[in-house]
Design a protein around this ligand. Sequence first.
Ligand code: G3H
Ligand code: ZN
Length: 301
Amino acid sequence: MALVTSKALLQRARQDGYAVGAFNANNLEMIQAIIEAAEDEQSPVIVQISEGAIRYGGLTYLAEVVRAGAGEASVPVVLHLDHGSGFETNVRALQAGFTSLMFDGSAKPWEENVATTTLIARAAHACGIPVEAELGQVLQSRDQVTAKQVSSHMTDPDMAGRFLELTGCDTLAIAVGSVHAMQSQEAELDQERIRACAAAVSVPLVLHGSSGVTEESIRQAIAGGIAKVNVGTYLTAGFCEALRTASAARPQEHDMRKLLGPARDEVRARVREKIRLFGSSGKAQAVPAGEFAGPDFAAVE
Ligand code: G3H
Ligand code: ZN
């Protein structure tokens, strides 16, 4: 089927108490693995492309590969921009056919985050495309963060409510104890804060940095209002491990498919595992095709 937007998918997920996985992809094999895993599980799926992935693989190349994969799939596939850093990046993604955007102004002052999110939401909504924003900040593990820093960057639920009113964004990434790019699952989330954010805003909430979070904490977070869970490091780590194992077993191999194939299989298995954890298996038909709204010209001034 054609690419779909994330809006109705995530609203349904929040309403019904599960989450849709948003999996970072950098190349052909990862895109195939993610969509095939969603097909295996009969789950909706979000393939997300970061600015780093765009620098590596190219905006149009990656977008067109995801579009081709979605076209062959029977499950809903969203093409999402992950951590877009500004207005220009978001507009380029819009032009390239992304069906879901993100502006990450979490490191910016409040006024700037509000102003840029509002601007991007207005441009995207004119094209029928939803926008994720971030308030509070999910830090990077390479910053060697301390527990105190993680805590001091968490999302304030009252500010989240105000942010939604001002910006009109469609989903909100909240900082509730996770850190990006962790290699082991040991972080516990602030469940009370998740519930308070969910009470303050009605839109689906997004968890970033899930690779480092314990499974039980993720289950509780979804029950508390998280409806989109981002997974990156767990997949790239699996890809690289499988590639190293295949290379070690075949040191003279010159057919790259014999090395990349097992890496793709490993990512597929890991995506399936996460989809089951998030509770979206079998939810591919939860949103009727007619609800994937495109541009609404009646709503544009
Ligand atoms: O935006 C991407 C995610 O937050 C991925 O985080 O690499 O820690 O799983 P992760
Ligand atoms: Zn993230």
